[in-house]
Design a protein around this ligand. Structure first.
Ligand code: FAD
Length: 567
């Protein structure tokens, strides 16, 4: 029997360590193995991937490629600039592939894409092998042990996980890799015209960046930010498996920190270094295996014994939350990331609804605020010029670095939705999708639902103040001084409420609190707050009470006809 000719398709598993799918490929004892990465119009053309996340991806690809070459000098990561759906039917034939192997992905788009590819492979007589590896437990198995329903709490996740079994132990990295085979490209290059979310910038990118399936030099090189038409990244955080493993080793090396970690006690105002692990971007791109992370921590916890923290606050608890969102998405499907058509997400008649919600016709008579105001609030939130320094600092940190602490995300999300602006969570999630290095559809949408009290969490009367919450962690306003430099010399007494500073103090600090923050801002000025927070908070809580139909939750007739909780 001829020996297997295997394509290993890397996607969000850009690592060699603990990869069940890569192990399955190597267990075939292939004659040749091509490690490849394909461009995907969904990611390459979508307007919503910021330059910082792209740089992180390129870092991961470059690091992986050099690790592959270290194991076999003839091999590397081969980048093919075509959508997998159109590329594979041609490639599998041209390279005489016998097996296509990749890590399972339960994201909604990925499922559709992988089904198309798997069908094409089967038609070409190529065996497809997939293995779960992105989560602690296979999300589909969790769902099937939860009666096909989404896991909406950690308890539900853990009870399903108990039936699935213990978290698998990590697999060692391979010691060597087979040679790659020839790479003939005697087939037509398909450049799609129907990529989702195409805009002018993305179209330009297509023209400049898509120069042949194997790139401008025909050597399957990894693309660069310049080629993609992106400006230089601003984030200080760099990607790659090597950095991920080193960072993990440092974290678990700090045994006390790891064993006693309690998320609610970590400060959102702490940076350089942050108070949490900042491993989320590595997990997103699969440069770090989540099981490697889990077991690394678990060993320290077990050795620590009494006094070690436990889920949900502990570090392993954080990873379990991640699995909870993945499994919820795996059960709900493509509608998980929206309200419309998602029976698990409560419909709220926001002042500024997402386009999808606006189209339902249910929202129009519910406005309590001129929607122009809500649009302005949204724009000011997005640009970090709300006039509330804590909120603006967090937003500017997010835009510049691509990462903020979980409670910083809480502050921004609560303020935009039920705790200030009453703007649809989907709008905020879209902004996070652009900027987050760790953007994960399941975790982003799930956490936005949590913070907006549309799913997972319902205590809408618990609001984050843009003043006192920050003060609790950072009385002197270090985070604000770093990210809102206009205010860096302001007395601590006014740092969270600069509009209260007398003119004399403003002058002393070289800042004037004037204007609405929109348009060109004069140097040395900081905008006035965009509303009276106390009044807005009250209005929001009242609106949420009405939306929840307090005391009627579950009995409300709008729930009964299906139009309230799912459209
Ligand atoms: P640590 O505290 O060190 O936790 C370790 C790991 O646990 C993280 O790397 C992450 O993978 C996981 N984790 C921790 N908290 C959560 C959580 N609440 N939900 C899911 N996983 C968690 N996380 C993402 O990975 N991608 C997202 O797109 C994302 N969007 C978010 C949007 C909002 C509005 C909010 C409130 C939270 C979001 N989170 C998201 C969750 C969380 O904020 C980040 O995972 C965490 O801040 C990452 O920093 P860390 O690696 O230092 O976390």
């Amino acid at each position: 029997m001829p020996k297997p000719r295997v394509v290993y398709w890397f996607r969000t598993d850009l690592r060699l360590h603990d990869s069940p799918a890569l192990k399955a490929a190597l267990d075939l004892e292939p004659d040749v193995l091509w490690p490849i990465f394909t461009w995907d119009p969904y990611y390459v053309y979508r307007a919503r991937g910021g330059t910082n996340r792209w740089q992180f991806l390129l870092d991961c690809q470059n690091d992986l490629s050099s690790s592959i070459t270290k194991l076999n000098p003839k091999s590397k990561l081969y980048v093919l600039r075509e959508a997998p759906q159109t590329l594979f039917p041609k490639l599998l034939k041209a390279w005489k592939v016998t097996h296509l192997v990749f890590e399972k992905d339960t994201d909604a788009y990925a499922r559709q894409r992988d089904e198309v590819v798997a069908n094409a492979a089967k038609e070409a007589g190529v065996k497809v092998i997939t293995r779960a590896g992105r989560t602690l437990w296979d999300s589909d198995e969790i769902v099937s042990h939860h009666n096909g329903k989404p896991t909406m709490s950690m308890t539900q996740l853990l009870s399903a996980a108990k039936k699935v079994g213990p978290v698998p132990r990590p697999i060692a990295s391979p010691k060597n890799l087979p040679d790659p085979g020839d790479t003939p490209l005697d087939f037509e290059h398909h450049v799609p015209t129907d990529a989702p979310d195409v805009n002018a910038q993305a179209r330009d990118r297509k023209e400049t960046a898509y120069r042949g399936i194997a790139g401008p030099k025909g050597d399957f090189a990894i693309e660069t930010l310049e080629e993609l038409g992106f400006p230089p990244a601003t984030t200080p955080f760099r990607g790659g498996e090597s950095i991920a493993l080193k960072n993990l080793a440092d974290i678990v090396g700090n045994k006390k920190y790891t064993a006693t970690f309690e998320k609610p006690k970590t400060s959102p105002a702490q940076f350089e270094p942050p108070s949490t692990t900042l491993l989320s971007p590595f997990l997103h791109f699969g440069a770090l295996s989540v099981r490697e992370f889990y077991w690394g921590v678990q060993q320290v916890v077990e050795a620590h014994g009494k006094g070690a923290s436990t889920p949900p606050a502990s570090l392993t608890g954080q990873l379990i939350f991640r699995d909870m969102y993945f499994a919820a998405q795996a059960a709900v499907g493509p509608k998980f990331t929206q309200t419309a058509g998602n029976p698990y997400c409560r419909f709220i008649p926001w002042h500024l609804p997402s386009e999808r919600d606006a189209q339902t016709g249910l929202v129009t008579d519910k406005y309590t605020v001129d929607s122009d105001d809500a649009e302005t609030w949204f724009q000011r939130w997005k640009r970090g010029v709300t006039g509330f320094p804590w909120i603006d600092a967090l937003m500017r940190q997010l835009v510049h670095t691509g990462w903020i602490h979980h409670l910083g995300r809480h502050s921004l999300a609560c303020f935009l939705t039920r705790g200030g602006c009453y703007v649809d969570w989907e709008r905020g999630a879209e902004v996070f999708e652009v900027h987050l290095l760790d953007h994960e559809p399941a975790c982003n949408a799930g956490n936005w639902q949590w913070l907006s009290c549309t799913a997972f969490f319902s205590q809408f009367f618990r609001c984050y103040s843009p003043v006192s919450f920050g003060q609790k962690w950072d009385r002197d306003g270090r985070l604000i001084r770093k990210w809102v430099p206009e205010l860096k010399d302001l007395d601590s007494k006014y740092i969270y409420e600069p509009w209260k500073a007398p003119i004399r103090d403003q002058k002393k600090a070289g800042v004037r609190v004037v204007g609405d923050g929109l348009g060109e801002r004069e140097e040395g000025t900081y905008p006035k707050p965009m509303f009276d927070f106390g009044k807005r908070r009250e209005a929001c809580i009242n609106a949420m009470k009405a939306a929840y139909g307090v005391g009627l939750y579950g009995d409300d007739e709008r729930v009964a006809d299906g139009s309230w909780r799912g459209l």
